[in-house]
Ligand binder design. Structure first.
Ligand SMILES: [Zn+2]
Length: 325
């Protein structure tokens, strides 16, 4: 199968460059051909055999395992950037895209599925992800929004209940369900030999954790799943976040875990002292983190504090808890 019918002179040149140089190329070069909506996809070597594709324009970070057994992708971006993803893969390898793993049910991680499937790729995800492909989507950003039911061609044709492992391109690739965190169908993808972990949106480095309560997410799960990632990570592990620039490591995970636990504990104490939601919001329990993590208008303190508040037991008519009752 030939996946690169529109190969151009510049992409041939890119393919011949040493890999570290790819990450330095100006984005306009990597995105220089294709549809009007195509934007730059930065190609970043992560570690060992694993690469990532990234653009600040939109969508989740894509993991790439190239090699003679075919390409394995982790997530495939929003629909209108699928050509950019293909160009990014072509900058790494000429091998066909054989598998795409969707880490969860959001369209900025499965939006390329239909095109990838048409090209012959096998799309897989946790069974809870596929179940949600048969209905319209309810997303948490901007106070809640709705999207259309995904097209039939975007559905995963292979699912798993707990875990599945690939052995290809000299790499062991473990895909496994984590606690209900961002959604109720979040998978981590761990490249054992390269020691690279793709967390999907359980973990992100560009804003507060997104807890999609419409799709089964929870604060407790974010904490538990982040602890899972930390336990799995060693000093040399590289971590690809669902969103956020570049990649990070175990310390990056620990920073977000500590923040999340601190916010949870602070709000839990506020509830215990009898504060209502309006009072908790006014007290700004996230104040010391807002400058770094709360600058995205569609998802900041006003969005996460109520989720923490209700999950920690706060209610609309919260009253002080007294001992002995
Ligand atoms: Zn997501």
């Amino acid at each position: 199968m030939n996946l690169s019918p529109r190969r151009t002179a510049w992409s041939l040149t890119v393919a011949l460059l040493p890999v570290p140089l790819l990450a330095l190329l100006p984005g306009t070069l990597l995105g220089a051909s294709g549809a009007a909506q195509q934007v730059a996809m930065k190609v970043i070597p992560v570690q060992g055999n694993v690469y990532m594709l990234q653009t600040p324009a939109a969508g989740g970070n894509v993991g790439v395992l190239p090699g003679p057994d075919g390409v394995l992708l982790v997530d495939d971006q929003v629909p209108n950037l699928v050509q950019s993803v293909l160009e990014g893969v072509r900058a790494i390898t000429d091998e066909e895209i054989r598998f795409v793993i969707n880490t969860h049910v959001h369209i900025d991680h499965y939006g390329g599925n239909e095109v990838m499937a048409d090209l012959g790729a096998t799309i897989l995800a946790h069974e809870n992800v596929r179940k949600k492909m048969f209905r319209g989507h309810h997303a948490p950003r901007n106070g809640g929004s709705y999207g259309a039911q995904p097209p039939e061609g975007a559905r995963q044709i292979l699912t798993f209940s707990d875990a599945v492992t690939f052995y290809m391109n000299g790499e062991e690739v473990r895909v496994f369900l984590v606690p209900r965190a961002h959604t109720d169908g979040d998978s981590y993808v761990y490249f054992v030999d390269s020691d690279v972990l793709h967390t999907g949106d359980v973990f992100r480095t560009n804003m507060y954790p997104i807890i999609d309560v419409y799709n089964g997410g929870s604060v407790a799960g974010i904490i538990a799943a982040t602890e899972t990632a930390i336990a799995l990570s060693g000093p040399n592990t590289k971590v690809i976040p669902g969103h956020g620039e570049g990649f990070t490591d175990r310390d990056g995970l620990i920073e977000v875990l500590d923040m999340t636990v601190d916010i949870r504990d602070t709000i839990t104490e506020m509830i215990a002292s009898g504060m209502r939601l309006e009072e908790v919001l006014a007290a700004r329990p996230t104040a010391k983190y807002d400058e770094k993590w709360g600058q995205v208008s569609s998802w900041n303190a006003k969005d996460i504090v109520p989720i923490f508040y209700y999950e920690a037991g706060g209610g609309p008519s919260n009253v002080p808890r007294r001992g002995g009752n």
